[in-house]
Design a protein around this ligand. Sequence first.
Ligand code: C2O
Ligand code: CU
Length: 494
Amino acid sequence: MPHRPASALSRRTLLRAGGAAFAAAALGGTGLAAPDAGALKAGLAGPTPVTAAGELVEVELVAKERMLRILPEPAGPSPLITYADSFPGPIIRMRKGQRLRATLVNGLGEHTSIHWHGIRLPNLEDGVPYLTQPPTKPGERHVYEFTPPDAGSFFFHPHCNTVELLGRGLAGVLIVEEPDAPKVDADVVCLVKDWQLDKTGKFGTFMTDRGASRAGTFGSVSTVNGAIEPVIEVPANGDIRARLYNIDSTRVVDLRVEGAEAWIIAVDGNPLPPRPLDGWPMGPAMRIDVLFRAPPKAGQTLRLTNVYSAEPRPLATFRAVGPSLPNKRFKPRALPASAIPEPDLKDAPIIPMAFSATAVAQSFDAAALPGLPYADALCLSAKTFWAINQQSWPEGGHERLPPPLVTLEKGRSYIFELANLTPHLHPIHIHGYTFKVLSSDARKVVPHHADTVLLEPKERLRVAIKADNPGDWMFHCHIIEHQDTGMMGYIRVA
Ligand code: C2O
Ligand code: CU
């Protein structure tokens, strides 16, 4: 819902991400010589940085199909769906305190909306069709406007038919810079995403019953910033901040920068006391910011790898370029603290949230019934495999809203006990809030803030919030096939 502070209009900067024309204003005070200079060279047209100097950052996001190349020749370009003329695109960079006004233009054949993942924003701007706004129909526009309260690495994506739309690339990056962040020599974005493509460049099936009822359907091609094993150039001997995003719909990754000492400095955009990067699995939608020193001489390389699977997989190469920057001591400093309200744990009721397979889906084994239309045979909705507190989101979209999972009293603190009753991983995401991650019955938890937490099989994990942000907020698994087949609900804060 547009609110238009008149004072901001005079100082606005208009940026257009949908068309070819891109008016990027000066990098007012960001302290970055060339954001994403390296990543720009990595595949396709590269990410499109959007930065602005004024109080208001305006951007137009035209969601539509665009033919873009993911696979090398002889494969053809692929019919991606994007918010800009490239993948990834756009990368919106703004400073903490700036206001964002983003206009979604729906150039798709279906309704859509934009959800601003990880941002503690007013409920009306949250972008969930039917729950927080009417769906934006084909040809329509919708204006979002808010001032992100926290710095960090965020992103945005649609919230209906996400399995196909995100599968085809519909996502963008929103970076909110700390005014007083420790200086770095380069700040790069790495978006890890698989694509479901055949050899010719055509998209395959994004959702299968077999995948949806288990770990999900994995893509066939792994990329960083839409490129297969790209080379990302970084200044030789420079300190590099890399914002590592898992924007895949299915895959869990555990990233390493091989050959360098790398430190995690933020999780889901939230500052973390620096700790070595050696085991921080990220489910879909999870992000970490890492800091590392680029190799001292031009031409030397480091590797970004995913070590989650038995076979470590190379994802990208960081290659040092340019004259060696002067030697300085490499010492990761903590990012400035965010202002996430501290939950009062003494006074906090414990809300159980149980993630399970639906009773009927549990009772059959699809593998044992090859070729059987088991869903029909069992009168089970083919699209409901999962539940939260035994409640499944109704099949077929958001039109029929179920009651909230729980209603919380505004201003009180709550502990959610997230119980995974399944043998699969589930990255659990809350809208409009940032969890304080407290403890697990299965592992030692590093205390941190996050908007998405990876629940291990059979694990019970406790997270807390202070319920200060009123509204109806989605609460769901971010493995998109799980989300779309029932593992989704919402909490009400009133
Ligand atoms: Cu990125 Cu409802 O989620
Ligand atoms: Cu899940």
